[in-house]
Design a protein around this ligand. Structure first.
Ligand code: FE2
Length: 251
């Protein structure tokens, strides 16, 4: 089965459309959460995401926009965007967002794999470095976890007692590219497809990944998108300017 992995779209319709245009053929889409927040196209992104299938876990921004959680733990930029998003959402989309499941989620067709937003142990935890990844790698009931939340594309791997962090290396800074990572049979992995709509690894291109469960290969992708259009929408919506400028820096 070929699973297209999308995460942290953050209401960026232009980035989502570019990813879908570049994505190879796949059997299903799994969305790792933060469908909304920060960007200016929440309803459009929810509707496009729902049209891609039914496999989701909720993100912290989805919870905030849907008033599942309070906003006090959010930084001011994120809080402003969450409130703006809540006011924009149609009643149906708000209801849909509110009902998104907490991870880990599983697919009956694909054994030994789970899907979460933050960590398998806590949906809101950030797995940024090897220290963060050790406990979930060791304690997870399955050997392969797909996660998002950090907006940083890459893999944590554990072979025996050694934990490593790997990031795909690309040849350009502005072209559409792919990078393959074959998984070892006995390894344990945490895989982050990166953020579609607000990358924070210094690469402005929209990020996503594909997992081929028969070949046991993860392929990472980056694609340029209509950055200017996404920025203009944010500015036209009177959202904070920083939410537009950071997209160009990938931060
Ligand atoms: Fe996010």
């Amino acid at each position: 089965m070929r699973i297209l992995l999308l995460s942290d779209i953050h209401s960026n319709l232009e980035a989502l459309d570019a990813c879908l245009a570049f994505a190879p053929a796949h059997d299903l889409v799994f969305n790792l959460g933060d469908v909304v927040g920060y960007g200016a196209s929440p309803n459009e992104v929810i509707e496009r995401s729902r049209s891609l299938g039914k496999f989701f876990v909720r993100g912290n921004h989805d919870k905030a926009a849907a008033a599942v959680i309070e906003l006090q733990d959010f930084n001011p930029l994120a809080g402003i965007a969450a409130l703006w998003t809540r006011n924009q959402l149609t009643p149906e989309n708000l209801q849909w967002l509110r009902a998104l499941p907490e991870g880990p989620e599983h697919l009956p067709e694909v054994a030994n794999v789970q899907f979460v937003h933050g960590s398998p142990l806590d949906e809101d935890e950030y797995l940024i470095n090897v220290q963060d990844a050790l406990e979930p790698l060791m304690l997870s009931s399955v050997s392969l976890t797909f996660f998002g939340h950090t907006h940083i594309q890459g893999i944590f791997s554990m072979n025996g007692a050694v934990c490593n962090m790997l990031h795909p290396s690309y040849r350009t800074i502005g072209q559409a590219e792919a990078a393959e990572f074959p998984l070892k049979e006995n390894g344990r992995y945490l895989v982050n497809p990166g953020s579609v709509g607000q990358p924070r690894d210094g690469d402005w291109r929209a990020a996503f990944a594909m997992f081929d469960s028969e070949a046991r290969v993860v392929t990472f992708f980056r694609t340029p998108y209509n950055l200017k259009a996404a920025q203009d929408r944010i500015l036209e919506a009177n959202l904070p300017q920083r939410l537009a400028t950071r997209l160009a820096a990938g931060r």
